[in-house]
Design a binder for this molecule. Structure first.
Ligand SMILES: Cc1cc2nc3c(=O)[nH]c(=O)nc-3n(C[C@H](O)[C@H](O)[C@H](O)COP(=O)(O)O)c2cc1C
Length: 194
């Protein structure tokens, strides 16, 4: 695990691998703050943003996944405008990573099938609600908030291939910021003024 002093020693060339290692560790663990990033998309009224759970990271494809309900407003937003930004923040490391990329939606392919098979029954219930997420409720009821066990048709995997990473590390004496841009074959890295 990276600690702040080690992060401060990273060279530009080492930053891309360090970021991917931190993301992979968050996807595989439960206590990491990077496990609950915010994902921003463009809605009809402007920017929209929400917390999600980072489910998987595939660093060779520069890809991160979250699961969602296909009926939720964010899905329509990403279907019409697939540029998204993920924002990860780790207060202990005082590290922010903004990751930009194009989202792809997977509801009925091998990826979605495999992710659904990996879901616990408790997690599957999140997709079985009778009400469309975000729709008005007449009253609160257990059935609506828990959902039915089989929500397969509402289950959607959102994958984002990141092409730009903006890394900001805060320190007591100074701050450090790096821009990591995927050029199609390697990450091109440069320091930025924080
Ligand atoms: C800790 C936390 C984790 C969440 N994880 C997810 C998630 O993985 N997928 C998801 O669709 N919504 C998740 N949500 C709910 C979203 O933040 C959001 O409220 C919901 O998806 C509706 O978003 P939308 O109206 O932009 O579509 C999570 C919320 C919290 C507080």
């Amino acid at each position: 695990m990276y600690t702040n002093p080690q992060l401060w020693e990273l060279t530009l060339d080492q930053w891309p691998a360090a970021v991917w290692e931190l993301l992979e560790s968050a996807a595989n663990g439960f206590d990491e703050p990077f496990r609950t990033p915010a994902v921003a998309s463009t809605g009809p009224d402007g920017p929209d943003i929400r917390t999600v759970i980072l489910r998987e990271v595939h660093s060779p494809q520069r890809r991160a996944l979250f699961y969602t309900d296909a009926r939720s407003p964010k899905v329509e937003q990403m279907a019409s405008h697939n540029a998204v930004t993920w924002m990860f923040y780790d207060p202990a490391r005082r590290l922010q990573v903004r990751a930009r990329g194009m989202a792809s939606l997977h509801g009925d392919d091998l990826l979605a099938k495999r992710c659904w098979e990996d879901c616990s029954e408790a997690n599957r219930r999140n997709y079985g609600g009778l009400q469309v997420p975000g729709s008005a409720l007449e009253e609160l009821s257990k059935e609506v908030s828990m959902g039915a066990p089989d929500g397969r048709e509402n289950f959607l995997v959102v994958a984002t291939a990141f092409s730009r990473l903006d890394v900001l590390l805060l320190g007591d004496q100074s701050n450090r910021r790096a821009d990591l841009a995927w050029d199609g074959s390697v990450w091109k890295a440069g320091w930025l003024s924080p």
